[in-house]
Design a protein around this ligand. Structure first.
Ligand SMILES: [Cu+2]
Length: 141
């Protein structure tokens, strides 16, 4: 009985490995097709190859403030390609979170900054995720 069980386990293990091996071998080339097609789709969607906005670590070309529990200046008008750096003047942490959820600096504390670059013209409404009544508008021309 023991040897029979061992034999069955052996066969099952062999089948399992064989199944993994064959499915891995056949699915690897197939998965490259959809993956590359999917990675091209976002680039084609806005025609620029870049996201409408992106959180960056560099110092922005336009300076703004999150201070006194308000964003200033507001609205901010910038050109396509500009990056806005907000500096926190309060002891509480703030965020710059686009209302559509496309970009979010995450929390930055007193004296710290958050920067977002805008690559597509349009009007962007944003708020602070910590203090939802802190709101602002960015106009990208
Ligand atoms: Cu805040």
């Amino acid at each position: 009985m023991r040897t029979w069980t061992t034999a069955v386990f052996g066969i099952l293990l062999t089948l399992a490995f064989a199944a993994c091996g064959s499915s891995g071998a056949t699915s690897a080339p197939a998965s490259e097709g959809p993956a590359s097609a999917a990675s091209e789709a976002p680039a084609a969607s806005n025609g620029t190859g870049a996201a409408a906005c992106e959180v960056v670590q560099e110092v922005g070309t336009v300076q703004a403030k999150a201070a006194g529990f308000a964003f200033s200046p507001d609205p901010i008008t910038i050109s396509v390609g500009d990056a806005i750096t907000w500096t926190n003047g309060d002891s509480a942490p703030h965020t710059v979170t686009l209302d559509d959820g496309s970009c979010d600096t995450g929390q930055f504390g007193q004296g710290e900054t958050g920067t977002i670059r805008f690559n597509v013209a349009g009007t962007y409404a944003y708020h602070c995720a910590v203090h939802p009544n802190m709101k602002g508008t960015i106009v990208v021309e």
